[in-house]
Ligand binder design. Structure first.
Ligand code: B12
Ligand code: SF4
Ligand code: SF4
Length: 316
């Protein structure tokens, strides 16, 4: 039933690598999340530790009508392959993987295209922002396991994808895949490669305040960078190191064509990141007003740290 429930051609057009179904509202890894935040490992990510922490206990706290979820893995593998082939590590691949546009509206639009072909009354779309543990939701749907780098890894597709879900107020005539089991084994490549020692391999967890991704995306003001960042590959926005070394990401990239396709609106990002010397980019951003910079970059994920956050990232 699952294989014929959604049109294959539509899924392909929308960049869906795999999808699945679950009726479980409560995260399986809730205890881990609670211990993680209680230990302060979320660092400066206040939204994980404040009143929204308890909302993550049960999807029904966010969408009371919840009865089931369709969970989708949206690929950015082609972009990743292109950037790896060209040795370009300045920005994480997901940032350019959707034409350079912010993946939030982009993926919500793709989810809406799927909503059109399924039976529903009320739906709730989840892409990143709602207080829902999305990796766990994908895990409950049988779409992968939690790697030692915290990523949701899929045996066939690796981890270069984003998760988007349609929450429904009804159950569907679909089956759930079996929960996946750990396939990391004795490997510790991600923790070994992390320049800032942000992965606690024993506890299989991330120390967010040490993560380059936190520093370059979430910190908007001048702040001391995590120690070890000088040993990175020059990341200025996001970080893919712990995914790039993961053996589960090798085969999936062999199957795709390297491609960096930017919407015309964001074509300038190629110049910014790959053609201009870093000092030129810094001087250019410096010469903008805060508001002017946001206007330039609006509609992309690069808006998030604002002009001052960017100047901080480029000062290293
Ligand atoms: C906050 C956040 C961050 C923070 C903190 C990351 C973190 N690991 O907590 C920062 C800014 C560092 C970050 C970075 C990145 N993020 Co982020 N982030 C989120 C966000 C908004 C919330 C995550 C969260 O709740 N963290 C709390 C921790 C405890 O939960 P978790 O990360 O989901 O980890 C779960 C499992 O790994 C598992 N788990 C982990 N360890 C263990 C150990 C045991 C013993 C057990 C039982 C379970 C377990 O339990 C956790 C809770 O369910 C989600 C979107 C969402 N709404 O879920 C995206 C999300 C997790 N991020 C995503 C991405 C792509 C990234 C980056 C790759 C971006 C980049 N290239 O820079 C990096 C990866 C860094 C990393 N190695 O995790 C994707 C992940 C897709 C995937 N394949 O897993 C998500 C799901 C967004 C999306 N909609 O696609 N992110
Ligand atoms: S994203 Fe980068 S800094 Fe963060 S845990 Fe992975 S390798 Fe370390
Ligand atoms: S690099 Fe190794 S330990 Fe880390 S997530 Fe991948 S398989 Fe697991």
């Amino acid at each position: 039933m699952n294989s014929t429930f959604l049109p294959e051609a539509l899924l392909r057009e929308l960049g869906v690598l795999e999808w699945s179904y679950t009726e479980e509202a409560v995260p399986r890894s809730l205890e881990h999340f609670q211990a993680w935040t209680a230990a302060g490992l979320h660092g400066p990510l206040g939204y994980l530790g404040d009143y929204r922490r308890s909302l993550r206990q049960d999807i029904r706290k966010v969408f009371p009508e919840f009865r089931s979820a369709l969970v989708f893995l949206f690929s950015y593998q082609e972009t990743k392959k292109y950037l790896l082939d060209h040795g370009q590590h300045e920005v994480a691949a997901y940032t350019l993987g959707f034409g350079g546009a912010d993946y939030h509206p982009e993926l919500r639009a793709r989810l809406r295209a799927i909503v059109k072909v399924i039976p529903h009354d009320k739906v709730f779309l989840s892409v990143d922002v709602p207080p829902i543990l999305e990796r766990d939701l994908a895990y409950r749907a049988g779409l992968g396991w939690f790697g030692k780098n915290s990523m949701l890894i899929n045996r066939q597709h690796g981890s270069y994808f984003l998760i988007g879900s349609i929450l429904l107020d009804r159950v569907l005539p679909l089956s759930t895949k079996e929960l996946d089991v750990d396939h990391c084994g004795q490997c510790t490549a991600c923790a070994d490669a992390c320049p800032t020692s942000a992965i606690d391999v024993e506890k299989r967890t991330l120390i967010a305040q040490r993560c380059i991704s936190t520093y370059t995306i979430e910190i908007t003001k001048e702040t001391t960078p995590p120690s070890g960042i000088e040993n990175s590959r020059g990341e200025i926005f996001g970080c893919d190191i712990c995914q790039d070394v993961c053996p589960w990401n090798r085969k999936p990239l062999d199957r795709v064509t390297a491609e960096l396709k930017l919407y015309p609106r964001y074509a300038f990002l190629r110049e910014w990141f790959y053609e201009w010397p870093r000092e030129k980019l810094r001087d250019y951003i410096q010469s903008q007003t805060n508001r002017g910079f946001l206007k330039l970059i609006s509609g992309s994920v690069f808006e998030r740290p604002g002009r001052l956050g960017w100047l901080k990232n480029l000062r290293r």
